[in-house]
Ligand binder design. Structure first.
Ligand code: PMP
Length: 318
């Protein structure tokens, strides 16, 4: 494959069937999103948000406009890549206790990192972003948590890819399982799959102790998911929530590496743990699809010890 722009390589990620020794359980397939540029599912939405903003006339390439977003996580990397590839300056706002390593990844793609004072609260980076946007009319805040392009990227791409993979083998999807960060993945993919598989269940994943649908949140260590409900999370469409502990998520991320040679992140471990529980309830001949939002490379020490979050001071950023 010869391409002109790295963004042509977004999407088209593989679905792998998870080896399961439990007799009579449903099949579990995981879509490996680390194979997107930037190593995560979030490059899909970063690219989509920019393209849609261009179509609406909000953004114009090489115009001196600056894309700003309060994130240092996967969305930040996705925006930094899309900005570099399309000719935008990108500013990412992170709390000042955010890990140096993660900030360096953003800077490597040419993004500027602005720090907010973390003592001002959990959303100090969001506050700081709003202040900057108010003072600078050429700064465009795409806001993944309130931008319909986020679930639409998953509706039109991630979901569509899963449908064509299953239809090709004349198979159906009986459940789609995903954790909720912004909710873009669960709602976008879930709604799209239901257009082809009308009986399919949409199943959310939450860290044990959190009650996502009622927005009850307790601090937890499964980075990327939690109790933020956005305008596009339609709770009536969610058939079931499955609670997963940090230890269960760790078990499955290590299992995938050691038994299958697939290095996935902690939220992916949680998605697979939830899918495996569901697989026993649902039984054979049924198919469950879930996602691995990113690679285990960002959490590499978790494969050896579980003290990753001791040094990771800021875990709530998506
Ligand atoms: N896992 C990881 C590692 C993530 O970065 C995110 C994004 N916050 C999610 C899961 C949740 O995805 P979404 O925002 O689409 O709900």
């Amino acid at each position: 494959m010869i391409i002109d722009n790295i963004l042509e390589f977004v999407g088209g990620t593989p679905l792998i069937k998870v080896k399961n020794n439990k007799m009579g359980a449903a099949n579990v397939y995981v879509k490996l999103e680390e194979y997107n540029p930037g190593g995560s599912i979030k490059t899909r939405i970063a690219f989509q948000m920019i393209l849609d903003a261009e179509k609406k006339g909000i953004l114009e390439r090489n115009s001196g406009q600056v894309i700003i977003e309060p994130t240092g996580g996967n969305t930040g990397i996705g925006l930094a890549i899309a900005g570099a590839a399309l000719g935008y300056n990108v500013v990412l706002v992170t709390p000042d206790n955010y890990s140096e390593e993660k900030k360096d990844v953003l800077k490597a793609f040419g993004a500027k990192v602005i720090l907010s004072d973390h003592t001002k609260g959990n959303d100090s980076h969001v506050q700081k972003t709003n202040e900057i946007v108010d003072e600078n009319s050429n700064y465009i805040y795409l806001n993944q948590f309130n931008n319909i392009s986020n679930p639409e990227a998953h509706y039109f791409q991630t979901g569509e890819e899963i449908i064509s993979d299953f239809v090709q083998y004349q198979n159906v999807v009986d459940a789609f399982v995903a954790g909720i960060g912004s909710g873009g993945t669960l709602m976008g993919v879930g709604k799209k799959l239901r257009t082809s598989f009308s009986e399919m269940n949409i199943v959310g994943v939450q860290p044990t102790g959190c009650d996502t649908l009622n927005e009850e949140f307790i601090p937890h260590k499964i980075q990327g998911i939690g109790a933020v409900l956005t305008s596009f999370v339609d709770t009536k469409q969610i058939d079931k929530m499955v609670s997963i502990s940090y230890e269960e998520a760790l078990y499955w991320m290590r299992y995938m590496a050691r038994e299958m040679g697939v290095l996935i992140g902690i939220s992916a471990g949680a998605n697979i743990a939830a899918s495996m529980k569901l697989a026993e309830e649902m039984g054979g001949n049924q198919n469950i699809v879930t996602v691995a939002p990113d690679s285990g490379r960002s959490y590499i020490d978790l494969f050896i010890t579980d003290n990753h979050f001791e040094k990771e001071k800021s875990t709530s950023i998506v």
